[in-house]
Design a binder for this molecule. Sequence first.
Ligand SMILES: [Zn+2]
Length: 239
Amino acid sequence: MLPESEINRVLVVTAHPDDADFGSAGSVALFVDKGVEVTYLLVTDGDAGGNERTLDNSGMAELRRKEQLAAAKAVGVTDVRFLGYPDGQVVPSLELRRAIARVIRQVRPDLVITHHPDRNYQFIAPSHPDHRAVGGATLDAVYPDARNPYAFPELIKEEGLEAWTVREVWLNGGSTPNHWVDITESMDRKLAALQSHVSQVSHVEGFTDFVRSRFAAWAEQAGLGEGRYAEGFQVVPTA
Ligand SMILES: [Zn+2]
């Protein structure tokens, strides 16, 4: 694995508002504590999410952007970018690969965190089709697109964005995590980030207890013991 001292910039690519907060906000908060620059890239605005039937899709998109900005702030992230794709309709297209490769070349991250592109047969929620599409497109953008100067040559010619090699990817939501981050210290900030998504979680009874028990179970699976919390990832070396 990439030594922590060599991680200076992290890019988190997700499909929807709240994905980063469920998947990696505890780890992100710990990176921010160490002075790492973290950028969030959201492919959709989440305009098809939530139970707020009084809003149309564009009203929901605006609300969810605001909620995501607040959630990012709760873990110290201020650079939040949106690609504005329609929620529920993402496919791993060449256009999406180029859009993600562009941001990789702009941000030049050492580490990218994104969704696992394979279906998880143990739980259904991590394998939302948008998640699989974004995970696949992001891995393709990491290799080969962002590092290959001949891929999407207009990114260099028109935007001056030179090729960039991401050195490691962490995948969320897969069935075979092989890396656990102890987030006990940042669990309260992760919860604050999640609770910023008022349209998604405020109506869920026992939400805080549910989140705590989920991440406590992972800490036990990771062998960290009782009373700890952990986020799990599958690490993909990409250097
Ligand atoms: Zn999602």
